[in-house]
Design a protein. Structure first.
Length: 137
């Protein structure tokens, strides 16, 4: 006789929300995040894409992007408040925005925009992927 043991599993919707940013780290407002997105798009177009991509990768060491640098924003680790590491930036910008955003034809970008508007930590899909958030410097 075969016995099957059922292990109760909690609902995936019952998980705890991410912790708030550390003291002193204030998530930037929705308007500022939107302005950064528009500015990054404009810079991408003006530099024919390749210039922006090189500039973006260089700025990963400073835990920022071209537009975020101009707007004095920084990407920080959600748990420690320290500037995001190169690994986090690669996950966030490379995998989260460029690869997944392209593969899903912008669906992830739309979902991220909604999440940034409705979550207290103002995190997009790529922020959840890399455990980061965007704060004012």
């Amino acid at each position: 006789m075969l016995l099957v043991r059922c292990i109760p599993m909690g609902s995936p919707f019952e998980s705890l929300p991410p912790p708030p940013p550390p003291a002193g780290a204030v998530p930037c407002e929705n308007g500022v995040r939107f302005a950064a997105m528009l500015l990054d798009t404009l810079l991408f177009v003006v530099t024919c894409g390749i210039g922006w991509l090189i500039w973006d990768i260089v700025l990963w060491q400073q835990a920022t992007s071209p537009a975020k640098k101009m707007l004095k924003l920084r990407i920080v680790d959600l748990n420690t408040g320290a500037p995001a590491t190169m690994q986090q930036m690669l996950l966030r910008e490379g995998l989260g925005k460029i690869v997944i955003g392209t593969v899903t034809s912008g669906l992830v970008t739309l979902v991220s925009a909604i999440l940034i508007l409705v979550t207290p930590t103002r995190q997009g899909v790529w922020d959840y992927l890399s455990k980061t958030t965007v704060v004012k410097e």
